[in-house]
Design a binder for this molecule. Structure first.
Ligand SMILES: Nc1ncnc2c1ncn2[C@@H]1O[C@H](COP(=O)(O)OP(=O)(O)OP(=O)(O)O)[C@@H](O)[C@H]1O
Length: 416
């Protein structure tokens, strides 16, 4: 196998995309959730050096001990010889001792300098990469569609983030987030499946491992509640991918014309079929401010707040930017992330945003760019792949030598 020009890695809370610069798709997608078979203490982090085993095929575990690549604060698990090492070796196909090319590391746009330094330390010292560049995900998603200015709407597994990017720089003070995420919509879709399945077959939609079990209650007990929740979410995800849709602008579930839409057939894991009619719109409405669970305004407080609808996030974010940037930003709204891969989202987003904008500035044009589905899901990875393969990119890498000489803070100076 010819050595890649550089490695490109995007580690997400839901999925990890890993591969080589210049390719138009990652070499491997790995779920960020794994099970740990621990040789002794099952509360400490996974460590191969301690004889722990990392199992990614969760269906192979009778009593899974679920972990993810991130700790409770959302920081990468930095345990030496831990899950990160195992993921990188598996995802890139190169063991630590063979990694002789630089790494394009895709990071969240809001990553702090402290987190960057810590990650750089781990990637150079623990993981053995000879060079490194840290690319902000929103900037890379812009590059993936050939732009350097735009508002990136990233609907990922754990949140929605709206980030204005101006000539390759993130406008951090105008970045806004909402807790409405791909995972949240998947869970909602599972509830929809349950409702329909209950009405038609008299029971919830069971995930595959229970649908085929001799004694579902016993199996559910054995695998644990966390596994059950994860498998339910995956079933909801499958349903959403096959039958989910974003309704047209002005959608009203009580309107008679919506009651007569042609239902879509969906096969449940136990082989029974359900018909999904108007319910296919429900999970997507959460994005635009309907059917959304309230969340705590501040931790521990009694006040509840509805997350801001996507159209408000986009407009508020743009209005926080310099006045002379606003029109250009609105003419390049870029959809990214796995949660945005749903039919109808592009047009609905455009019309919702225009509806707000045109009350202030009727002449402004709103344009929403939505790359085709496989690219949209991996847009930040793809932008990293494009950037790292440019012949002119050479000086932008931070080498191990520079790191040794100047310390980890060099990455905060060399990576915008
Ligand atoms: N085949 C798929 N595999 C995984 N996720 C998918 C798939 N298809 C759609 N999705 C949606 O994509 C979401 C994950 O999006 P994405 O991969 O962009 O997130 P992430 O980058 O891992 O998360 P984060 O940015 O929060 O760390 C899931 O919640 C799911 O709704």
């Amino acid at each position: 196998m010819a050595a890649p020009p550089a490695y490109v890695v995007d580690l997400g809370a839901s999925t990890c995309a890993m591969g080589y610069a210049g390719d138009d798709a990652p070499r491997r997608f790995l779920s960020s959730t794994y099970s740990c078979t621990s040789s002794s203490d099952d509360t400490r982090p996974f460590s191969a050096a301690n004889g722990d085993k990392l199992v990614r095929d969760l269906s192979a575990c009778t009593e899974p001990d679920l972990r993810t690549l991130f700790d409770e604060n959302g920081d990468l698990d930095h345990t030496p010889d831990g899950a990160l090492s195992a993921y990188l070796t598996d995802g890139l196909g190169y063991a630590k001792s063979q990694r002789d090319k630089p790494l394009m590391f895709v990071e969240r746009s809001g990553t702090t300098s402290e987190q960057r330094c810590k990650n750089a330390e781990v990637l150079f010292e623990q993981e053995g990469f000879p060079g490194l560049f840290m690319g902000r995900d929103a900037v890379l998603s812009c590059y993936a569609v050939g732009k350097s200015t735009g508002v990136v709407v990233d609907i990922s597994g754990s949140r929605t983030t709206v980030t204005p990017v101006h000539e390759g720089w993130v406008e951090s003070s105008a970045t806004l987030t909402s807790p409405v995420s791909g995972d949240m919509m998947d869970i909602k879709f599972k509830e929809v499946l349950d409702e329909i399945s209950n009405a038609k077959h008299g029971g919830d939609a069971l995930p595959k491992y229970l649908a085929g079990a001799k004694d579902p209650e016993e199996t559910k007990e054995e695998r644990g509640g966390e596994y059950f929740d994860l498998m339910c979410m995956m079933l909801g995800r499958q349903g959403r991918e096959e039958a989910g849709k974003i309704a047209d602008f002005g959608y009203d579930p009580d309107d008679e014309k919506n009651q007569t839409i042609i239902p879509k057939l969906f096969k449940l894991p136990d082989g029974k079929e359900v018909e999904i009619g108007i319910e296919r719109y429900e999970s997507g409405e959460m994005l635009f401010g309907k059917d959304c669970p309230e969340r705590e305004l501040t931790a521990g407080s009694d006040s509840l707040l509805l997350p801001d609808p996507l159209q408000n996030l986009i407009c508020d974010s743009v209005f926080k930017c310099e006045r002379d940037q606003q029109a250009a930003l609105l003419s390049t709204v870029i959809l990214a992330g796995g949660g945005s891969c749903v039919e109808g989202i592009q047009e609905r987003t455009r019309l919702e945003v225009e509806n707000i904008i045109h009350t202030h500035t009727p002449g402004w044009r709103v344009k929403v760019l939505a790359p085709a589905h496989p690219e949209r899901r991996i847009s930040s990875w793809l932008g990293g792949s494009i950037l790292a393969s440019l012949g002119s990119f050479g000086d932008n890498w931070t080498s191990k030598k520079e790191y040794d000489e100047y310390g980890s803070s060099i990455v905060t100076r060399k990576c915008p």
